[in-house]
Design a protein around this ligand. Sequence first.
Ligand SMILES: NC(=O)c1ccc[n+]([C@@H]2O[C@H](COP(=O)([O-])OP(=O)(O)OC[C@H]3O[C@@H](n4cnc5c(N)ncnc54)[C@H](OP(=O)(O)O)[C@@H]3O)[C@@H](O)[C@H]2O)c1
Length: 162
Amino acid sequence: MRERKIRAIGLSNFSEPAIQDIAAHACVKPAVIQTEAHPYFPQEKLKEAAGEFDAILMAWYPLGHGDKSLLAEPVFERLAKTYGKSVAQIILRWHTQLGHVVIPGSRNPEHIRANIDLFDFELTQDDMNDIATVDREKRYYTATKEALEGYLSFAPDFDAQE
Ligand SMILES: NC(=O)c1ccc[n+]([C@@H]2O[C@H](COP(=O)([O-])OP(=O)(O)OC[C@H]3O[C@@H](n4cnc5c(N)ncnc54)[C@H](OP(=O)(O)O)[C@@H]3O)[C@@H](O)[C@H]2O)c1
């Protein structure tokens, strides 16, 4: 019996087969899929797997966890000059034009301000195609089976936090 307690589902760190399994069996389809994504790992296969139920991708490590080699890719430097923006802003704008939600991390107030200042320019399709060429299928984080099992029972003690 459907009790209608669940109105929306977000999945974090589900593999393609797990997403397809959920999509095949859940009455409420996932609305958001949170996963590692950046120009070195744009998650094309996962988006294909999720495509049939139109979920939005939320990208963690959107700037490649600050990897200097990603940020130094010539295509970003060139586009940063063209648009008068920073490399990080070019990458975040690329994400948003692909429809990704981004959650960049920063401890620098200037960066935090810059990271939402993305809506006064637009990358062309040629720019987007040029950025697509840096895809290396390179993840920065791969969860082990043990780690995934650990997350299942992970229950932070929020009451104890200051
Ligand atoms: N669900 C999950 O399993 C999962 C896993 C991992 C991470 N996350 C989440 O994903 C979010 C992002 O992760 P992250 O912070 O590790 O990776 P990130 O956003 O890809 O990269 C952060 C790095 O980029 C730098 N940066 C940020 N804005 C910049 C800018 N405008 N110009 C130049 N450098 C800039 C930061 O340095 P500064 O501090 O100097 O700006 C930092 O070194 C976090 O909220 C994290 O909790 C979720």
